[in-house]
Design a protein around this ligand. Structure first.
Ligand SMILES: O=C(O)CCC(=O)C(=O)O
Length: 282
């Protein structure tokens, strides 16, 4: 299969549940993405702010279909999709993308969770999904970079409960997992990306720094893992790959046009609602 990874990197992903790829996007590519996002009024307006329980708010905007703008070119380019297909081992489709707007001084923390902790609720039988977090701004410990527990994807799905406005993994399990697995801070420069398995436990701290930490996360599902019922994220929809050169081409000519329809997370997100209704206790 095509993609950016050699066999040692593939083995590392399967062992650790994550893999950081430095410079996946060039300075110009990430610059165009950042410029579009910063000027994107609709992205800002669509952002949902979730209370992190510690006085800060996590802001994010989400869209289900990648579209024809620069966000879509990033999510659909061969470099990305071929690489995710290498990791998952088969055809994938776009499950959704989001921009995490972790603003300077106010950006909130993310509780420890697995993405499959949410997505399980959407009728997905297998955790055959992968997320790719692309650093738009530098991501450091100080501004709340992503943290992962190395190898935690091997735990399988952990129960999740809604605490405040975020779903978090069962705290006792997380505490025990932290005793036996290494906590890795995924510090990244703009254009770097971390690929992670949907069962990898991850979190991030609040941003108390003077620098924003925006990141785009593209999530993909295996084509064979079509959900058995409909949810607020798409069922199998063929992903039309584009050449890597389209990022610059579209970014230069249509930098201001995101080309996506943003979701209303508060109204549409059934996975969080199901967790709230299930009343699972930690
Ligand atoms: O941006 C972050 O720090 C974490 C985001 C995240 O975990 C998510 O969107 O599932």
């Amino acid at each position: 299969m095509n993609g950016v990874f050699d066999s040692a990197e593939l083995a590392s992903y399967h062992d650790n549940g994550y893999l950081i790829r430095r410079g996946l996007f060039t300075e110009e590519e990430i610059g165009l993405l950042a410029e579009t996002a910063r000027n994107d009024h609709a992205l800002d307006q669509a952002a949902t702010a979730l209370d992190d329980g510690e006085g800060n708010r996590v802001r994010l905007s989400l869209w289900n279909h990648p579209g024809e703008g620069i966000y879509g070119m990033v999510a659909r380019c061969r470099r990305m999709v071929d690489s995710v297909e290498q990791l998952i081992g088969e055809e994938v489709y776009h499950y959704h993308s989001k921009m995490i707007l972790k603003d300077a001084r106010t950006g909130g923390a993310w509780a420890w969770h697995q993405d499959y902790g949410y997505w399980y609720q959407n009728g997905l039988l297998f955790p055959d999904l992968c997320s790719v977090m692309i650093a738009v701004d530098p991501a450091t410990k100080e501004n709340g970079c992503l943290q992962v527990l190395r190898g935690s994807h091997k735990m399988g799905r952990v129960n999740h409960i809604l605490s405040g406005e975020q779903a978090g993994a069962d705290r006792e399990r997380v505490e025990e997992a932290q005793k036996v697995m290494e906590l890795v801070y995924c510090e990244m420069d703009p254009g770097d990306a971390v690929f992670f398995h949907s069962n990898t436990l991850h979190a991030s701290g609040a941003n108390h720094s003077e620098n924003s930490r925006w990141a785009m996360i593209c999530c993909y599902n295996a084509a064979s893992n079509n959900p058995y019922r409909e949810s607020h994220h798409p069922s199998y929809t063929k992903l039309h790959k584009v050449d890597d050169s389209k990022i610059i081409e579209v970014g230069r000519t249509e930098a201001a046009r995101s080309g996506v329809e943003f979701a209303n997370i508060e109204e549409d997100d059934q996975s969080a609602k199901v967790l709230a209704e299930s009343g699972e206790e930690p």
